[in-house]
Design a binder for this molecule. Structure first.
Ligand code: PLP
Length: 346
């Protein structure tokens, strides 16, 4: 049975040229970039060239980028490294942040949830776009507060702007790069200390750099302008899909429909239906989508990101997320429409 994939916000396939670059690097330039012999120096040269290209793509300085293994790791390095200086001072955090961000914040003692702004706010954490609803957010600008932006979902789907923040994180596998590499960007002079010690990455993240994956990330970044255009073209497909589904029942709703959103994403609240059951029915019918719930050790919890939008637990359990790949076609969407209608027994 052929399968259709509508879960781009979970991960996307690496671009063919990324696979080639990674495979080449794994066979030819596998030396350790920290080694001082010629092989190591050649690897170091490629590493720094990749950093330069990525910095250029983000309009920042190469030395400000720290390579790490994932955005989850980048968020942990960032927030645990800021904790000694800022963790006891008031912080304002968007409640729909990814758990990769909320978990390291558990060590912070004075967190308020945006839009509430605590007196003397020293840190603001606001993702550029939410992974579930696709809603895009502006960074609150608060005098004197350090601004942190999770750009994982936005990068490659819409323009990201680092001039509005002081630190940001990125993930390669959401934008056509390989799994296992992420980036942390920090403006110089932040009150940050390293938490994974070692000589690599200017002593900011210990551990041998995964050069093949980093080169793959730089290759994916070369394709960002084309990817942005292909993702932008999905908005009309997504809107037509949404209008069709919403026409089936007045109880159906699309999260954040009136707000700026990622062009590839729709989260549909299908009241009276179980998101989990629809997810399973569609999976059996050949379609990969996701739900607004996250499966933790066997129990399906309603999504905190959906509830942060003001929905009740039962409503959060009725959400499915459809996130399209660059290149998703209207024919593929028509097939999903038919399968969803059948699964809903309409
Ligand atoms: N932040 C957001 C908004 C995400 O969607 C994800 C992945 O789902 C992450 C962080 C974590 O990224 P990674 O898979 O690179 O750890």
């Amino acid at each position: 049975m052929s399968r259709l994939y509508f879960d781009a916000n979970a991960t996307v396939p690496p671009l063919p040229s990324v696979v080639e670059v990674v495979a080449k690097a794994m066979t030819e330039t596998w030396a350790n970039p920290t080694s001082t012999h010629r092989e190591g120096q050649a690897a170091r040269h490629l590493l720094e060239e990749a950093r330069r290209q990525l910095a250029e793509a983000l309009s920042v300085k190469p030395a400000e980028l720290v390579f790490c293994a994932s955005a989850t790791e980048a968020l942990h390095l960032l927030l645990r490294g800021l904790q000694p200086a800022l963790g006891a001072r008031p912080a304002a955090v968007f409640p729909g942040e990814h758990s990769a961000c909320l978990n390291p914040l558990k060590d912070w003692s004075a967190v308020s949830w945006l839009p509430e702004l605590p007196e003397g706010c020293a840190t603001v954490v606001q993702m550029a776009a939410n992974n579930e609803s696709g809603i895009r957010y502006d960074m609150p600008q608060i005098e004197g507060a350090l601004r942190i932006q999770d750009c994982c979902q936005a990068w490659g789907k819409v323009e990201v702007d680092l001039s509005v923040c002081d630190a940001a994180v990125f993930s390669a596998h959401k934008m056509g790069g390989p799994r296992g590499v992420g980036m942390l960007w920090m403006r110089p002079g932040l009150p940050w200390v390293p938490v994974m010690e070692g000589p690599q990455e200017r002593r900011r993240r210990g551990g041998t750099e995964d050069l093949p994956a980093i080169l793959g990330l730089a290759e994916a970044a070369r394709h960002l302008p084309a990817r942005l255009a292909r993702n932008a073209a999905l908005a009309s497909l997504r809107d037509a899909f949404e209008s069709e589904v919403l026409s089936w029942s007045p109880d159906f709703e699309a999260l954040g429909r009136q707000q700026p959103r990622l062009p590839n994403t729709t989260s549909l609240l299908l009241r009276g239906h179980s998101g989990e059951a629809l997810h399973m029915a569609l999976d059996l019918a050949g379609f990969a989508i996701s739900t607004g719930s996250a499966c933790h050790s066997g129990s399906v919890k309603p999504s905190h990101a959906v509830m942060a939008l003001g929905y009740k637990e039962a409503e959060a359990r009725s959400v499915i997320r459809v996130s399209m790949l660059p290149g998703t076609t209207s024919d593929e969407v028509a097939q999903l429409v038919a399968a969803l209608r059948k699964a809903l027994k309409l």
